[in-house]
Ligand binder design. Sequence first.
Ligand code: ACM
Length: 270
Amino acid sequence: MKNGDLFRVGFIQNNPMFGKIGYNLSKIEPLLTQDIVDLMVLPELFSTGYHFLNQEEALRLSEPIPEGPTTQALVQICEKNQTSIIAGIAERDKKRSYNSAVVIGPNGYQGKYRKIHLFGTEKNCFDKGNLPLKVFDIGIARVGVMICFDWCFPETARTLALGQADLIAHPSNLVLPHCPQAIITRCLENRIFIVTANRVGTEERIPNSTFTFIGQSQVVDPDGHVLCRASEKEEETKVVNINIKKSRNKSINSGNDLFLDRRPDLYRLQ
Ligand code: ACM
């Protein structure tokens, strides 16, 4: 860690133009290099925009990971500046497309996550994620990834927390209003940090079918404190210092430990 146990983590809340990958990336690149942090989280589908009309369009605008130009541009930034980035990217894998996120560290590409709970029209353009929920060691912290609507399935955050994640990076394109508040519960019940990087703006790719994204990207700590939260409508970058070790202690008082007190013998998951 560069500064004791302190870890500088941030998010970029952007407003991409649908389909303009080069333009969207060129707006983000200077923000990634003006203030070097330990980990920067970017929104879901940050370089393409959100509302793909069908699978053909998703395949046309998606890229192989890690060979594609968006991942490679982020790899160069991370290697040059010794930083880490987690970013949502539309992935093409042969004839399939996935709503994915890449994990990149100072030594380059580390892996990817493919969204497992697709939201609404995403089911028309992406395949469901087929990779295990994985925790990545980025050197200074253990980081899990979930994408947007995954927040609604508490098993996602729980699986990552049980896998010893200190922090969950949560690239998002949120449209439902409740997530920023609900994430506080995910943090409390797992004693974990969550960084939600959401977008702002509106997409109306089909007349009278509008997606309005709610902003409010945030960093929440294991005590449920909102350390910073962005506005609902503006593009913003925010960075905070966190003590990553705080998430490694799951006890909430002298008699209770959130993980040791679990009763998996009585839980029903199927
Ligand atoms: C969403 O999962 N992008 C709402």
